[in-house]
Unconditional design. Structure first.
Ligand SMILES: CC(=O)N[C@H]1[C@@H](OP(=O)(O)OP(=O)(O)OC[C@H]2O[C@@H](n3ccc(=O)[nH]c3=O)[C@H](O)[C@@H]2O)O[C@H](CO)[C@@H](O)[C@@H]1O
Ligand SMILES: C=C(OP(=O)(O)O)C(=O)O
Length: 416
């Protein structure tokens, strides 16, 4: 089994380039189904979720060519139906977007219940509520989700919880429905806007993405397009935290600073210097850091996907920090791994009480999920001695060339 080995203690210094955003790239790749035409998608991250999804698109019948620079040429004209009962769809969460896209184009879709990070129950009741409101029939049978409709008709849908996945899936399903669909209490994450912009570039008519009310006017047909995915604010935030944790000085390039504001604000509160430029951010972490409290919230709140790396950083900050997780049901499993490295953290329900220790010590640990892996990398970079992180397939779902990028900025790290 592959491992990442880190000799801690080196400051991260230099420049790092941020890749395209996994959580925008995946629905956009699936969204090409809507066009039934040729699309070129650029700035895709070279991560296992993208390579697996390209395989899935090929299995459905699309012509796909993904080059090493993150450019995908895809023609979905040859897809005849959106039915795929194969374990490969369980390697990621985002395969559930086949439901919205398949329903919209073929009025019929069958896929397995999705996989993704083990961070709680992760229900899809809001996706189903949306599909049903548009006129679809939805059945779940032995882990297979089947949706079908005679026709889809626009409707008003109020989401009971703010859900990124349900917002995007309903947007996709409504794109070619008859009439207008309104999603209320929609998620506002930057990738919602990116997916809406992509669908509009294909001829869709979606308004209000980025606010909590999204209006989708159904169109008859979409066409192919060229589109470039936004940068990954979670990857960028992870490097910001790593630079802070190693007291480094890092220029993080190819980012949209406004997407990072919740992270920038929190790091400034911790005592890190953050300078925002047009499309890059400079981090100087060579200061005494202060304890802070964190509460995860839907965008523009502090992102749940950075709760784990941020908690790793706080584990060596003097004083007590309180971390409250309100988005994911169960996202503290990695804390037992941090404790193996000497962290003093106790968990009470959705709250972690982090008492800063003087230093972490390298240890043998395992990534329990994607961002748990990122948290352990942060911890390993800060720790004294050697950290060996196992189960790195989780990390490879979401971080392009992590070891290569880290080496270039001074980390003593290798994959074995
Ligand atoms: C591929 C992708 O984009 N993954 C992201 C997406 O996951 P995902 O789309 O699964 O997350 P959601 O935004 O849907 O989930 C937010 C909360 O709503 C709940 N919920 C969700 C749907 C539903 O039908 N019913 C329900 O109760 C979930 O259990 C969770 O507590 O957003 C999460 C929250 O920002 C991120 O952590 C993930 O990185
Ligand atoms: C939870 C995450 O991913 P996914 O939803 O793809 O499992 C994540 O990116 O942190």
């Amino acid at each position: 089994m592959d491992k990442i080995i880190i000799e801690g203690g080196n400051k991260l210094i230099g420049e790092v380039n941020i890749s395209g955003f996994k959580n925008a790239a995946l629905p956009i790749i699936i969204g090409t189904v809507l066009s039934g035409d040729k699309c070129r998608i650029e700035n895709l991250p070279m991560i296992s979720d993208v390579s697996n999804l390209t395989k899935i698109m090929g299995m459905l019948g699309a012509d796909v060519k993904l080059d090493r620079n993150g450019i995908l040429d895809i023609d979905t004209n040859n897809i005849e139906k959106c039915v795929l009962i194969d374990e490969i769809t369980r390697k990621m969460r985002a395969s559930y977007y086949l439901l919205g896209a398949g329903l919209s184009r073929f009025k019929e879709v069958e896929v397995l219940y999705p996989g993704g990070c083990d961070i709680g129950v992760r229900p899809i009741d809001q996706h189903i509520k949306g599909f049903e409101a548009l006129g679809a029939k939805v059945e779940i049978d032995h882990g297979v989700i089947k949706c079908s409709a005679e026709k889809l008709v626009g409707s008003k849908i109020y989401l009971d919880v703010v859900s990124v996945g349900a917002t995007i899936n309903i947007m996709m399903a409504a794109t070619m429905a008859e009439g207008t669909t309104i999603i209320e209490n929609a998620a506002k994450e930057p990738h919602i806007v990116d997916v809406a912009n992509f669908i509009n570039t294909m001829g869709g008519d979606i308004r209000g993405a980025g606010t909590d009310v999204i209006k989708i006017n159904g169109v008859e047909k979409l066409h192919g397009c060229n589109y470039s995915v936004i940068p990954d604010q979670i990857e960028a935030g992870t490097y910001m935290i790593m630079a802070a944790g190693t007291k480094g000085n890092l220029l993080i390039k190819n980012v949209i600073p406004v997407h990072l504001e919740p992270v920038t604000a929190k790091l400034r509160e911790v005592g890190v210097e953050v300078i925002e430029y047009g499309d890059s951010i400079q981090i100087d972490g060579d200061f005494d850091l202060k304890n802070v409290n964190i509460k995860t919230l839907p965008y523009p709140g502090f992102p749940t996907d950075l709760q784990q790396p941020m908690t790793a950083l706080l584990s060596t900050v003097k004083g007590t920090s309180i971390v409250t997780e309100t988005v994911s049901e169960s996202r503290f499993k990695y804390i037992d791994e941090l404790k193996r490295m000497g962290a003093d953290i106790s968990v009470d329900g959705s709250t972690a009480i982090v008492k800063g220790v003087d230093k972490l010590m390298g240890a043998e640990v395992r990534a329990t999920d994607l961002r748990a892996g990122a948290a352990l990398v942060v911890a390993g970079l800060m720790a004294e001695g050697t950290t060996a992180i196992g189960e790195i397939q989780h990390i490879e779902r979401g971080y392009e060339d992590l070891v290569f990028k880290l080496k270039k900025i001074g980390a003593n790290v290798k994959k074995v």
